[in-house]
Design a protein around this ligand. Structure first.
Ligand code: AMP
Length: 466
């Protein structure tokens, strides 16, 4: 039995917030990190989303918050606007009984509205590095009095190219503030950042395998590329997941797949990077409220998404790297609930699955897909289409051969035509010859007639003289 939340000595309002969310006991990252953070130490927490890392830094921040002060007391930097909004919401929920004022500053929303909110007391700011720096440069934000700075998903933030912005923001904070850095991985850039700005932080590591092995069932089906959409429709019909996130690798594939699912009568919506901020937020709210069941998304759009009750994650397209796989799979099995991760993999992608299994130290079991009516019908349809295609191809080929032959014979035909060509004036000549010939014929005929007549007359004269 681990520690209880009460053992941290949280104030009653914070304990009430924890109770409201039905958190029974601290998760491993909370158990290890919270005491250090409460002591005021800098801390590196190496943990994925889904481990309860947000509450691990939010609870101590709330504990130390001085509500009577008008200054911003904590700044939390996150890589994406979704994550920023999500963290702000979690702070609002956990800090409800403290009446904490939190502001999410992220791109894609009206900067004027954010500015007007900043005129009121704001205790905690959560934001993306670009937008936060924007406010610092405008002079609308000052972090001169903050006591805690959190760099959440630091690896992602630097991977997205925010190093410059993050450094500029850090130097705008007081020298003796506490820095908390959370990151799923610790690449060199993150280590260097920690070395430069953190003071002997303890490094807490929470292994992902604890989570994935124990509560997420992982399996895959070997499916041909052309069968995938029908197979997915069959799968959803047979499994009927309560709430699922379906990953495809490009925006276009997300859109096409969503359209197909909608056509087949499923409550599905598409989430991808190009959607407006408003639309994305609206979609996420509807998904959380279970207004639709299937969220079809690209990786970037779903980064950091935390939706309770996601029973299934489906990799319609396999991700290309281990990190994305872990991230996707981690969208289910949240807060200790069971989840299932299903991947579609082509025969050639089996080695990728083996890599994911090795990296997550989990068993990803191969299951045999039982085709349903859609896949069967789809295959028949595709076989018919293929046959029609080949018939057309054969016809095209025959036509082509004919054209080729005609092309080959063309010089010969041309030569024949030339030799048979009527010379200019030949028709006239022919007519003249015909005329002459007719005259000759006529003359000859008349001569013959005259001769015959003469003969006849001579015979009659002989007879008379007798
Ligand atoms: P995170 O890793 O911060 O993205 O959190 C993952 C999920 O776990 C969120 O839905 C939190 O609300 C939930 N959570 C955080 N701490 C606890 C806890 N001690 N017990 C149960 N759920 C928790």
């Amino acid at each position: 039995m681990g520690k209880s939340f009460a053992s941290f000595g949280f104030r009653p309002e914070v304990m009430q917030g924890i109770e409201d969310l039905f958190y029974k006991e601290p998760t491993p990252i909370q158990e290890e990190a919270i005491p250090y953070i409460l002591e005021g130490k800098d801390v590196i927490g190496q943990a994925q989303t889904g481990t309860g890392k947000t509450a691990a830094f939010v609870l101590p921040i709330l504990q130390k918050l001085q509500l009577d002060k008008r200054d911003i007391q904590a700044l939390i930097l996150t890589p994406t606007r979704e994550l920023s909004i999500q963290i702000a919401q979690e702070i609002e929920k956990l800090g409800k009984h403290l009446e904490v004022n939190v502001l999410s500053l992220h791109g894609g929303t009206d900067i004027e509205r954010q500015l007007s909110k900043l005129k009121h007391t704001v205790h905690i700011v959560v934001g993306t590095p670009g937008r936060v720096l924007d406010h610092i440069k405008r002079g609308s934000l000052h972090f001169g009095r903050i006591s805690t700075l959190v760099l959440d998903e630091a690896d992602k933030m630097l991977e997205m190219g925010f190093l410059d912005e993050v450094e500029q923001i850090i130097v705008s904070t007081p020298q003796h503030r506490q820095v908390l850095l959370f990151s799923a991985t610790m690449p060199d850039l993150v280590k260097k950042l920690a070395q430069r700005f953190m003071d002997q932080p303890p490094h807490i590591r929470i292994e992902t395998k604890q989570k994935t092995v124990e509560i997420i069932e992982q399996l895959y089906y070997v499916i041909n590329q052309s069968d995938k959409t029908d197979a997915l429709v069959d799968l959803l019909e047979s499994v009927n997941p309560y709430l699922a996130i379906i990953f495809a690798n490009t925006q276009q594939r997300v859109q096409q797949l969503t359209a197909r699912l909608q056509e087949s009568g499923f409550a599905a919506q598409a989430l991808y990077g190009d959607l407006s901020q408003n639309k994305r937020e609206q979609l996420m709210k509807q998904f959380r409220d279970i207004k639709f069941q299937y969220l079809v998304a690209t990786d970037i759009a779903a980064r950091g998404l935390d939706v309770e009750g996601v029973t299934h994650v489906i990799n319609y397209d396999l991700p290309n790297d281990v990190e994305s796989y872990i991230h996707r799979v981690g969208r289910t099995g949240r807060a200790g609930q069971k989840g299932t991760a299903i991947s579609f993999c082509s025969p050639r992608q089996k080695s990728l699955i083996a890599r994911f299994a090795k990296a997550t130290k989990a068993k990803i079991e191969e299951k045999i897909f039982v085709p349903g009516r859609h896949l069967d019908a789809g295959r028949k349809e595709r076989a018919k289409e293929r046959e029609e295609y080949f018939v057309k191809l054969r016809e095209e080929k025959q036509k082509e051969e004919k054209r080729e032959k005609a092309k080959k014979d063309a010089p010969l035909r041309e030569a024949l035509k030339k030799s048979a060509k009527v010379k200019p004036g030949y028709k006239k000549k022919l007519a003249k010859e015909m005329e002459e010939w007719k005259t000759q014929y006529e003359q000859k005929r008349r001569r013959e007639e005259a001769k015959a007549a003469r003969k006849k007359t001579a015979k009659t004269a002989v007879k008379k003289s007798r």
